[in-house]
Design a protein around this ligand. Structure first.
Ligand code: HEM
Length: 216
């Protein structure tokens, strides 16, 4: 019941934002006022970087879980719950990243700019990568609750889309971010990509080791 009310509220708010954006573009309603100063720009970047951290942590946890090494310390149900919570956290931070952008007086985005890939006047392809990654992350998150309905095999296939989400989000951050020129951000991007790359390699090595021996 609570879930239905929340979904209705979210859908209603999105509809109002989209209709408001269309109305403002047609000149039927006035564009909303935006607060002055650089604070929204600072806040959206902070939320974007934190969303990327949560996303990377979530993908890394998924990879570690798939090796089974955590099973000795943490019950499967709890580690899966943690995985799901991290996914929700990354999505919530992404929503914050986007909603704050709507208030930014410099970029002057409306709901269509942030919902439709390619409509942004600022680095359209780089921003489209972020929008695509966010949509896919939402589909994968929703699929957590649909595993029984869609079956484990399809659920796992869909779950592999997490790599595309991470690659899209990393590419988006690097290409769209105004902090990419800073050494600190470059080091962060290399560390995040390096950690996930190393875990993928470890997972592949363990999978080869566990594969049944084939006839020579
Ligand atoms: C998976 C979802 C997303 C993640 C993890 C993410 C992450 C990031 C990161 C790390 C940056 C760079 C911040 C910096 O350089 O300080 C960034 C910048 C940006 N993102 Fe996203 N983003 C996501 C989705 C979106 C979406 C859906 C939009 C929709 C418009 C968007 C719009 C922007 C814009 C305009 C910038 C440039 C801000 C700047 O100058 O740094 N992002 N994002």
């Amino acid at each position: 019941m609570r879930k239905t009310i929340l979904s209705g509220l979210v859908a209603g708010t999105l509809l109002v934002l989209l209709l408001g954006a269309i109305g403002a573009r047609l000149g039927v309603v006035a564009a909303p006022p935006r607060p002055d100063g650089p604070w929204m720009w600072v806040a959206t970047r902070a939320a974007g970087v934190t969303a990327l951290l949560a996303l990377t942590l979530d993908v890394a946890l998924g990879l570690v879980l798939s090796t089974g090494v955590l099973d000795a310390w943490l019950a499967r149900a709890r580690s899966l719950e943690l995985h799901r919570t991290l996914s929700a956290t990354a999505l919530a931070l992404t929503a914050g990243h986007v909603l704050v952008l709507l208030l930014d007086p410099f970029i002057r985005y409306d709901a269509l700019d942030v919902a439709v890939p390619g409509m942004s006047s600022y680095r359209p392809w780089a921003v489209a990568a972020g929008i695509g990654a966010a949509y896919l992350a939402l589909v994968i998150h929703v699929s957590f609750g649909l595993r029984a309905r869609i079956g484990a095999r399809w659920w796992r296939r869909l779950h592999y889309g997490s790599f595309a989400v991470l690659v899209g989000a990393l590419g988006h951050g690097i290409a769209a971010g105004s902090d990419t020129g800073r050494t600190g951000m470059q080091v962060l991007y290399v560390i995040l990509a390096g950690v996930v790359g190393a875990l993928v390699a470890l997972r592949a090595v363990l999978a080869v080791g566990a594969a049944p021996a084939t006839e020579p």
